[in-house]
Design a protein around this ligand. Structure first.
Ligand SMILES: Nc1ncnc2c1ncn2[C@@H]1O[C@H](COP(=O)(O)OP(=O)(O)OP(=O)(O)O)[C@@H](O)[C@H]1O
Length: 355
């Protein structure tokens, strides 16, 4: 089962503190949405509103065609999977997965068959008689997922579901979560502060900051063409060049940026370019030359700090291919494609100019 979600003009206050501000969000049925943002930005609060654990101060939550704003958690077509998994230690895995079905009055043989079906889905069918303490962290996470899905929710809410796992296991569980979501087709809403996790899993990323949505969309769009400076920085490493609108175009600390108009009167801008978008072969925009300060090997690339020769106060991050073997002190010409640059007003307004 699956359902769409529509949140309109939602605000939430804890006393005087405004935790959610004017949230508008539409999620399609069967979509995998990730709420991404730093600690305290309101991700869990928004998830709690979706799960019915909090009634928002203002605004509406529709799940499918039904207004769920004031409906209790148990009466919603949602299940929430918490970070600590909350498995019952004294119960077998099969009984853990069947627990929600028992609460709904399903007969024993039927609920055990259903539990086995969901244990199969997460690759633990043969472990049904074990107890949670006999499992690894990743396996416990899978049991919690099976238990959450066994009650057939339209929407599964996951709060930092991989937070307790080490990095390697986390990466492999991301693939599994995504595969399982595709197989069952349930709408998933997943909270994380890990940008790589969001990129690996999401159909839609919602970037939050200080209770607001800064950007939302497909991961590649939010990464390549973010709609705010905050989203640009949160989605990955970013070089930032001070820029000004002048009569002849947009002037940056490293020269005029070709192809950008000057219609906007805002005086202070930031031109953003990702490290992998800086190139060393001639391209449309020359950013002058730079000197390598240091480099670190990451297998697929070297990550280098470069000091601009034109503006020595500017340090840039660039990625060089593994064959480059960069040496400190080497000078490199730097180029970029102007279409890759995102420009954000940093004074007067927060709007972005399209190239
Ligand atoms: N019950 C509460 N009473 C008062 N303030 C709260 C309450 N719950 C959350 N807050 C505040 O609301 C803000 C948002 O909290 P929330 O837990 O939604 O953030 P988050 O983005 O999920 O953070 P984290 O990643 O650290 O879990 C925080 O500043 C938090 O202190």
């Amino acid at each position: 089962m699956t359902a769409s979600i529509s949140i309109t003009t939602l605000h939430h206050q804890f006393g005087d503190f405004q935790a959610l501000k004017d949230i508008n969000l539409s999620i399609d049925a069967g979509e995998y949405t990730v709420l991404l943002g730093p600690s305290g930005c309101g991700k869990t609060t928004l998830l709690s509103v979706l799960g019915g654990f909090l009634v928002p101060t203002q605004g509406n939550v529709m799940i499918g065609d039904n207004d769920m704003t004031r409906v209790q958690p148990a009466k919603r077509p949602t299940t929430t999977m918490f970070q600590d998994y909350a498995l019952f230690p004294h119960m077998t895995l099969q009984d853990n997965v069947a627990f929600g079905l028992r609460m709904r009055g399903m007969a024993k043989s039927e609920r055990h068959a259903k539990a086995d079906q969901f244990l199969e889905l997460v690759g633990l069918r043969q472990d049904g008689t074990k107890r949670p303490h006999e499992l690894s962290g990743g396996q416990r996470q899978r049991v919690a997922l099976a238990r959450a899905l066994a009650v057939n929710p339209d929407v599964l809410l996951l709060d930092e579901p991989l937070g307790a796992l080490d990095l390697k296991l986390r990466r492999s569980m991301q693939d599994e979560l995504k595969d399982i979501q595709r197989e069952v087709g349930t709408t998933f809403v997943h909270v994380t502060h890990d940008q790589e996790e969001a990129m690996a899993i999401a159909d839609r990323i919602v970037v939050m900051n200080a209770g607001r949505i800064e950007d939302q969309g497909a991961p590649d769009r939010v990464y390549r063409r973010p709609s705010s400076l905050f989203a640009a920085n949160f989605m990955g490493e970013m070089n930032q060049l001070p820029a000004w609108c002048e009569q002849h175009g947009v002037k940056t600390a490293l020269g005029y940026l070709p192809g950008h108009d000057t219609a906007n009167s805002t005086t202070q801008w930031t031109a953003c370019i990702r490290p992998e978008q800086l190139t060393f072969e001639p391209h449309e925009w020359s950013l002058g030359s730079a000197t390598i300060i240091d480099s670190a090997f990451f297998g697929s690339h070297y990550r280098c700090h470069l000091r601009s020769d034109e503006a020595p106060e500017l340090t840039l991050v660039a990625y060089l291919p593994p064959s480059a073997a960069p040496k400190p002190g080497t000078k490199l010409p730097i180029y970029a494609n102007p279409a890759d640059i995102s420009l954000f007003a940093t004074e007067e307004s927060k709007e972005a100019i399209e190239p």
